[in-house]
Design a binder for this molecule. Structure first.
Ligand SMILES: *Cc1c(COP(=O)(O)O)cnc(C)c1O
Length: 404
């Protein structure tokens, strides 16, 4: 499917697309669902078949058949085709985790001597990779405040090649105007990659705003059931093809069964996001008026610094609500322990609501001074809503706040 021009109205993944897109190729035994092709090896009847396949592969990135499991699998390709359709991308590549997608993209797009720009409040492992690993390869970066286009432009150097951003961010849900970011990049002839894990193609399709590559941790909303690890990169063939070739070398592939679970999970993306968007807004509004809550970060609230950008560019604001309990760590932990529906855990985007005291979950290994700089206070709580009933979630928050 072609990427729409950035002048067109932004669109959003529909349930019809989520159910049907990408499942075109493979119907063995007349199976309704895409089969799990559990094999490492694909065989050839004759040497002539092998020669024909080799020639086909030289001219077409997506051959009708496979040769060896590290280079392709029909179940994985079906999941890739569905994600590409949902993102309005020419191509999508599935990898072993969200971090394999982030690191693979940076390794393929950047060479020694080059520089990239990273926006702050990004996924902490992404920052660690930029700070601790890429300098060994002679690749440098500058961190600029998310959404500050003037600071971003000022950080561009002759050797800059890429702007890597995230939106909405974790945990403060900062939102970037993708179109403006793409416009700055175009003027300076730079590539753009966005980690849009928190958005999903239901809330916004970054490629329609002129972004070059969109990255996801499929572990979160896209698979949606807290039962697998995977990542993805979607975009134009000229950018995804080198990434696919490098994936064949690095071996950062996913298993066919995982791809099947992703296909199944993605079918309900629109239904799940509808509920998670609605619960996110209702819970954020409830928390904001509660006297025992000091501050709430949710882009659907007028009090959020990026409310205007979010309203202008996104269909909904997702299911992550971050807030500070009015008190110290002890009070925040008492609140969390009093909750009955959410479980304490480090992830988001699945059907089960999860709650994290971030200073000791996700940021526990970050030195306290750096945690302060990042704004991760002891009483900061991140609530990642699942698909339970909104009113029951709010009633649960209400009873837990009442006892602290
Ligand atoms: C979880 C996450 C990642 C990493 O994904 P994994 O699947 O855990 O490797 C990257 N970016 C964001 C925004 C995330 O939430």
């Amino acid at each position: 499917m072609e990427t729409e021009s950035s002048s067109g109205q932004p669109t959003s993944a529909s349930s019809t697309e989520a159910v049907h897109a990408g499942e075109r190729r493979f119907r063995s035994h007349n199976s309704l669902t895409v089969p799990i092709v559990q094999t490492a090896v694909y065989t050839f009847d004759t040497t002539a078949d092998l020669v024909a396949f080799t020639e086909e592969r030289m001219f077409w990135d997506e051959p009708e058949r496979e040769e060896y499991g590290r280079y392709g699998n029909p179940t994985v390709r079906a999941a890739e085709a569905k994600l590409a359709a949902l993102e309005h991308a020419q191509d999508a590549i599935l990898l072993g985790s969200g971090m394999a997608a982030v690191t693979g993209t940076l390794l393929v797009l950047l060479s020694a001597g080059q520089h990239f720009i990273l926006t702050d409040n990004c996924y902490h492992s992404t920052l660690e990779f930029a700070q601790g690993f890429l300098p060994r390869l002679g690749i440098t970066h500058t961190v600029v405040p998310c959404g500050d286009l003037a600071a971003l432009e000022a950080a561009i150097r002759p050797e800059t090649r890429l702007i890597f951003s995230e939106s909405p961010t974790n945990p403060f849900m900062r939102c970037t105007d993708y179109g403006q970011l793409a416009e700055v990049a175009r003027r300076h002839n730079l590539l753009t990659a966005i980690d849009a894990t928190f958005a999903t193609p239901y809330n916004v399709r970054p490629l329609e705003h002129g972004i070059d590559l969109v990255i996801h941790s499929l572990t979160k909303y896209l698979s949606g059931h807290n039962d697998l690890m995977a990542g993805a990169v979607a975009g134009r063939y000229d950018l995804t093809t080198p990434l696919r070739q490098t994936q064949g070398l690095l071996g950062s592939i996913i298993a066919p069964h995982t791809a099947y679970l992703i296909l199944r999970g993605m079918k309900t993306l629109a239904l799940r996001m509808e509920r998670q968007n609605a619960s996110g807004l209702a819970v954020a509004q409830y928390l904001e008026q509660h006297p025992k809550v000091r501050k709430v970060w949710y882009p659907g609230l007028e009090s959020h610094p990026d409310h205007a950008v979010a309203v202008a560019t996104m269909r909904g604001f997702g299911g992550v609500v971050s807030f500070e309990i009015d008190g110290d760590a002890t009070r925040a932990h008492r609140f969390i322990d009093a909750l009955k529906i959410p479980t304490i855990g480090p992830s988001l985007g699945g059907v089960e609501t999860m709650v994290s005291p971030l200073a000791v979950m996700g940021f526990a290994n970050v030195p306290p001074e750096e945690r302060d700089l990042l704004g991760i206070r002891d009483e900061l709580v991140r609530l990642c809503l699942g698909i339970e009933e909104t009113d029951e979630l709010i009633a649960d928050l209400d009873q837990a706040l009442a006892v602290i």
